[in-house]
Ligand binder design. Structure first.
Ligand code: SAM
Ligand code: SF4
Ligand code: SF4
Length: 336
């Protein structure tokens, strides 16, 4: 099949696969406890795609142009035997890069097996080095050291350079920016500061809570001078900067203040097999139904091509009061 493009001529290049909607954290900006409590109904096992189903869909997506896969969730390392899925995906023709985004808690135990199976890179989320601040973010009392161990294990297993994602919410962890930058400077790991986004419907997002990327770059640059780095490829979401003294790089993801929809080449597959063409979509298209009903490879590829071909999403560019009124899907379900 020919690679497909959407109504803004954007190719389908990346696929984020959510392997579970469950998580061992309750980050206040993603899965607040009041919503994701004991009685929250997560997907049942029968609803979740099997590894074989994920692999089959990945083949179809590769046929439509996808070259990069990212495993995410929820927390992807909660899915048992994830390395088996990685090995299956690594064998899909056309796939050039397989990455994973994780909160890092289970990474020290898993990094080597994942690398051996063919995982190329990991992104580890860490929002503060201060245990009180970090516990206030993850809301389950996990200390930062646990995540740092995961980062080091990943680097030792060859999954580096590790990208470290820090979502910054004003009043929650903005005081941790300089300490984080100082810690990761010179380590080869790349800190990426992310503007807090209005994903889902449960995090009570307000524009005042967003620390603009420009403000974060100015704060770090005042301590350790920075200069911009050209982006490496179309669709790179992070604006990159390097320390003038050779201390490495940082990235900022300014999804709120400088949206990048015109280069957005990503699709998202939820754990139950729905295809979302935007992080802010309120409906996904069911692929599991046709898959389990016996659709042929050609049918599935054509369906994926039709969905992408009709895509006109550019939510962040349009971020308006009226779009915000409709219910949206949660990030833990769709994958970040
Ligand atoms: N559990 C894994 C983790 O935290 O890395 C993977 C899934 S998580 C949904 C993926 C990424 O989305 C994380 O880096 C997380 O910090 C980010 N994220 C979640 N909610 C967000 C929000 N409201 N704004 C910006 N980033 C968010
Ligand atoms: Fe879990 Fe990741 Fe969401 Fe935090 S950001 S609650 S670790 S899915
Ligand atoms: Fe892509 Fe939607 Fe985000 Fe725009 S708002 S960058 S289209 S995911």
């Amino acid at each position: 099949m020919e690679p497909v493009t959407d109504t803004f001529a954007r190719p389908l290049h990346d696929l984020r696969i959510s392997v579970t909607d469950r998580c061992n954290f309750r980050c206040v900006y993603c899965m607040p406890k009041e919503v994701f409590g004991h009685d929250f109904e997560f997907l049942r096992r029968s609803q979740i795609l099997t590894f074989e189903e994920i692999e089959r869909l990945a083949r179809m997506f590769a046929g439509a142009g996808v070259r990069k896969l990212r495993l995410t969730g929820g927390e992807p390392l909660l899915r048992r035997d994830l390395e088996r899925l990685v090995a299956m995906l690594a064998a899909v023709p056309g796939i050039e890069d397989i990455a994973m985004t994780t909160n890092g808690v289970l990474l020290a135990r898993k990094a080597q097996a994942l690398a051996d199976a063919g995982l190329h890179r990991v992104t580890v989320s860490l929002d503060s080095l201060d245990d009180d601040v970090f516990a206030a973010v993850n809301d389950v009392g996990v200390p930062a050291a646990r995540v740092l161990e995961g980062i080091e294990a990943a680097a030792a297993a060859g999954l580096g350079p590790v990208k470290v994602n820090m979502v910054v919410k004003r009043g929650l962890n903005d005081t941790s920016i300089l300490e984080m930058a100082g810690h990761f400077r010179g380590t080869g790991h790349v800190l990426r500061l992310i503007e807090y986004m209005d994903v889902g419907a449960s995090n009570g997002w307000r524009l005042d809570d967003v620390v603009p990327a420009a403000e974060m770059v100015a704060a770090i640059g005042a301590e350790w001078p920075l200069e911009p780095v050209e982006s490496a490829y179309r669709g790179e979401v992070a604006n990159r900067y390097r320390y003038r003294d050779g201390g490495g790089e940082i990235g900022v993801i300014a999804s709120v203040t400088q949206p990048f929809c015109r280069d957005c080449t990503r699709a998202r597959l939820s754990a139950d097999g729905r295809l979302y063409t935007c992080l802010f979509a309120n409906v996904g298209r069911d692929l599991r139904g046709p898959l389990r009903a016996g659709a042929s490879d050609a049918d599935l590829e054509a369906l994926i091509g039709r969905i992408w071909g009709r895509r006109g999403d550019r939510y962040s560019e349009l971020r308006t009061a009226e779009t915000r009124e409709s219910p949206r899907v949660e990030m833990s379900y769709i994958g970040g």
